[in-house]
Ligand binder design. Structure first.
Ligand SMILES: Nc1ncnc2c1ncn2[C@@H]1O[C@H](COP(=O)(O)OP(=O)(O)OP(=O)(O)O)[C@@H](O)[C@H]1O
Length: 238
């Protein structure tokens, strides 16, 4: 089969009476893919469509050859939303064991996930007392339960300091190197350079797709923010 993990064709999504995504086509492969764009451009909506929790008006979303959200994908796609979905009053390990049970996985899956995010040393810490970066890694560990083939992360680095952000991006690359495709959204343009492949999104459309260096070269600029602006201006004057 092809190397694509996600295939989106002609996707249209309407939210609250407004068309948020209109005719979007996209292929996502292995490695770390960054979905970057300003707040409100539709990143979360696209990720929700890929995970299969978004009602779509038209088009198709296929993940690992199956329709998005279908039963065979249940333990093959991990998803971390913007809001924390872990229990503050449970320990790190208790949280992971709970979610492992919900997914029908063995307690050993909780241990595997814990070590994948380097949280073994904090296994007995109550989540409510962890730092922001550690909490974020607990959420990531939950999404990694069962060793999914695709990990979808919605703005996981928001609110974190630069050191923690750098550490998390390093972790995404380790996860990708171990064979899980990582699709991560951000509205911070300086995170672009950390991605193998970039998807630049604006107003419900993908305006550029490729390695950061290729996107910059195509626009003749030295940073992604300038490339984004050049692409927007090019469209407005076209
Ligand atoms: N539940 C909802 N009902 C109606 N409209 C919504 C809903 N959620 C989001 N929208 C609208 O859909 C559009 C895209 O929102 P979305 O959350 O996908 O953007 P985003 O790029 O992820 O933004 P952010 O970076 O701020 O999370 C926005 O115009 C938003 O106002």
């Amino acid at each position: 089969m092809m190397n694509s993990v996600v295939e989106v064709a002609g996707l249209r999504v309407v939210r609250g009476g407004t068309t948020v995504i209109d005719g979007l086509d996209l292929v996502v492969g292995a490695g770390v893919t960054g979905l970057l764009g300003p707040s409100g451009c539709g990143k979360s909506t696209l990720l929700r469509s890929i995970v299969g929790v978004q009602r779509v008006a038209a088009g198709s979303v296929t993940v690992l050859g199956e329709p998005a959200g279908s039963a065979p994908l249940r333990d093959r796609v991990g998803y971390q939303t913007q809001s924390s979905s872990v229990y503050d009053d449970l320990t790190v390990l208790e949280n992971l064991r709970f979610f492992a049970r919900v997914l029908g996985l063995s307690p050993a899956a909780a241990e595997d996930s814990l070590s994948a995010v380097d949280l073994g040393g904090r296994r007995d810490a109550v989540v409510g007392r962890l730092s922001g970066g550690q909490r974020s890694r607990v959420g990531l560990a939950v999404a990694l339960l069962g060793n999914p083939r695709l990990l979808v992360l919605d703005e996981p680095t928001v609110g974190l300091d630069p050191v923690l952000r750098r550490d998390l991006w390093a972790l995404f690359h380790r996860i990708a190197a171990a064979g899980t495709a990582v699709l991560v959204s951000s509205h911070v343009m300086d995170e672009a350079e950390r991605c193998d492949t970039l998807l630049l999104m604006r107003e419900g459309r993908i305006i550029a797709h490729g390695p950061p260096a290729a996107i910059k070269a195509a626009q003749g600029v030295s940073d992604i923010e300038s490339a984004f602006l050049a692409l927007v201006e090019g469209r407005e004057t076209a």
